[in-house]
Design a protein around this ligand. Structure first.
Ligand code: MN
Length: 379
């Protein structure tokens, strides 16, 4: 059986990954969380983890006290995440932290030769070239956990990459599908957090409401599958039954379907290439009756437009829009800015900050800092 470590174990993806680990008796070497000490402690005790790490250093003492008299090694901060990333005897590192903070541990795990199950899309958005080049160099697999990218990965099995025409990246459209700019003016944090199909963490739920999430996924897909921007078509599909599709040169389109439940893509990444029992409830197409498809509204949802422009320019620009968005979403969740200001700030960062080359991790960190400072200077 496989042994894994999980970064972000108390979040939405992390807890569902542990459901899969429980179901299929996957060993857990190490667990890391942002700041939820009590859940992390319970998880580590249940799975007999050898290492635990809390990212928030202020919580370290509290976590440490929970493991007095045990052999569990207790870590904290980014150094702790990186130490977990390179432990011996781990088959897969599941990276499900939120934000570009996940980039350094990802790079260190790849350097060590550990396969990555990647749920942290900001890693590829900000440091895509660094990650993909290093993974190729080290012969490391990047197994996508994001439902759309898992779908594409599944549709590619048994086929040749050079026989692809394009991929069809589906989007639920989020809670504000069909809204105009003026209707979005006064939407609240609660409305933005109320996603119609998927239950996820706060940051990604806001990203889904602005369609920033689809923009980040567009960039993520380019890196994962070595595609050009014109090879990706975004299609709004409200029901989230088709999780994405691949169109081949002969015109055949292969799609992956399933009920919207993240445990399926998580399990596929962790058990790849095996398919074992996962869910009680299977997909019933007749329950759905009809499936709908439409084009996204690039005018209203300016974050999506900004992401596509950023990756078309290339270099540091994807890290610019990502950093600006991370800061803007934090400000929106703290009720410091309005919903529409997220898109305005991301677009303004894209137009104001000059692109530069990304050749190392330091370049990414510097770009991220510049973008966050830019956003703060504008409010
Ligand atoms: Mn997704």
């Amino acid at each position: 059986m496989k042994t894994i470590s999980v970064l972000g174990s108390t979040g939405s993806i992390g807890t569902q990954a542990l459901d899969i680990a429980r179901l299929h008796k996957i060993n857990i070497k190490a667990l890391a969380a942002n700041r939820n000490v009590s859940l992390l402690t319970n998880q580590a005790k249940e799975f007999n983890a050898e290492y635990v790490c809390i990212y928030d250093k202020e919580k370290y003492k509290e976590l440490k006290e929970n493991f007095i008299g045990t052999k569990v090694k207790v870590l904290c901060g980014i150094e702790g995440l990186c130490e977990i990333a390179v432990l011996d005897g781990v088959d897969i590192l599941l990276n499900s932290v939120v934000g570009m903070v996940g980039l350094r541990p990802t790079l260190e795990a790849i350097e060590k030769g550990v396969d990555i199950a990647l749920a942290n899309k900001e890693t590829l958005v900000t440091g895509g070239k660094l990650v993909i080049d290093k993974a190729a160099q080290q012969g490391v697999k990047i197994l996508p956990v994001d439902s759309e990218h898992s779908a594409i990965f599944q549709c590619l099995q048994g086929n040749e990459m050079n026989e692809i025409n394009k991929i069809i990246l589906t989007a639920s459209g989020g809670p504000f599908f069909g809204f105009s700019k003026s209707e979005l003016e006064n939407v609240s944090v609660e409305q933005a957090l109320d996603h119609p199909n998927w239950s996820m963490g706060n940051k990604i739920t806001i990203d889904s409401a602005t369609l920033m999430n689809k923009g980040l996924e567009f960039i993520e897909a380019m890196w994962l599958f070595d595609l050009k921007p014109e090879q990706i078509e975004i299609v709004v599909h409200r029901e989230s039954v088709i999780h994405s599709a691949v169109e081949y040169k002969d015109g055949s389109v292969i799609a992956q379907m399933g009920v919207p439940d993240m445990r399926l893509p998580i399990q596929y990444a962790l058990l790849y290439p095996k398919r074992l029992h996962c869910k009680e409830k299977a997909l019933s197409l007749t329950d759905y009756g009809t499936l709908s498809f439409s084009k996204p509204d690039y005018e209203t949802f300016d974050c999506l437009r900004a992401c596509i422009k950023a990756i078309t320019i290339g270099g540091s620009m994807p890290a610019v829009v990502n950093g600006a968005n991370e800061k803007a979403v934090e400000l929106f969740l703290n009720r410091k800015i309005s919903f529409l200001q997220i898109g305005e700030l991301v677009t303004s960062a894209l137009e104001s900050i000059k692109p530069c080359e990304i050749t190392c991790l330091e370049d990414v960190l510097q770009t991220d800092k510049t973008a966050r400072e830019f956003v703060l200077s504008k409010i």
